[in-house]
Design a protein around this ligand. Structure first.
Ligand SMILES: [Zn+2]
Length: 129
């Protein structure tokens, strides 16, 4: 298991840099190319790379922020485009699945929203979802 997998619990990531401050910033990119979502072909070209920042989880009381390079692939067999899917991170959501679950569980345990916003570094409006 790589360092990334141990810190993040997300397989398939290659960590480029980790900053240990008041929060933990992790820069990572996919460690291998997938095959085409539509036809399974492996001849993919990277068309563009998008940066995505997601709040992942906590190590102790520090928030882990993930800065991901998310490539957009172009399939040379079927000519379709698609974005890299990261295991454990939902497309188009700013927080990963783990983080949602953890906030939910802590909230359910009777911790106030204010305290939660402090420890999880998020705004109270998040809880309405
Ligand atoms: Zn294809």
């Amino acid at each position: 298991m790589s360092l990334a997998s141990r810190i993040l619990g997300i397989p398939g990531l290659e960590v480029e840099r980790v900053d240990w401050n008041t929060k933990i910033d992790v820069w990572a990119k996919p460690n291998k190319r997938p095959s085409c979502l539509y036809c399974g072909c492996r001849h993919l070209r990277i068309k563009a790379t998008e940066k995505r920042t997601v709040k992942h989880s906590r190590q102790g009381n520090r928030v882990v922020m993930l800065h991901l390079k998310a490539p957009t692939y172009h399939c040379q067999a079927c000519s379709r485009y698609f974005c890299h899917r990261f295991t454990g991170i939902w497309p188009r959501l700013r927080a990963s699945g783990d983080n949602h679950l953890e906030v939910f569980e802590t909230h359910d345990g009777g911790v106030t929203q204010n305290k939660l916003s402090n420890t999880h570094n998020i705004i109270p409006a998040m809880f309405e979802r």
